[in-house]
Design a protein around this ligand. Sequence first.
Ligand SMILES: [Fe+2]
Ligand SMILES: [Fe+2]
Length: 135
Amino acid sequence: MTSNWSENISIGDPRADREHSELLEHLRQIHQSHETGASGAKLTTLLSGLLSMTEQHFAHEADLMAEHGFPGREDHLKEHALLLRDGNALLDELRNDRISFSIDTLKFLERWLFQHMKRSDREVADWIRNATNEG
Ligand SMILES: [Fe+2]
Ligand SMILES: [Fe+2]
């Protein structure tokens, strides 16, 4: 796995930052489990856990955006919905043995998690930081 949690993807809210850190740690564990030969069933269960954590985090982030009056909230929520849809579609494929858990699955999950954090969550972080400085 190439990336780690850093200040780079900090939101500036303690709970959101902790959740980002936990999500990345969970993904790291999935990666490690894959490397050490965990079964497909085990990896699928771990992925299911990652999706639950992500769903909870997205709900918290929705509240956070509302709390700070983030203007891009609607678009951000749509992106969350798409991410959950894609994640659940992947889980479904794995559960029904239409695909098997592979390095490509891991690559997909890394992109899935990081791109949103680095781009869209970054915008939320910038907004919160500016709003806090002005307030
Ligand atoms: Fe987000
Ligand atoms: Fe986030």
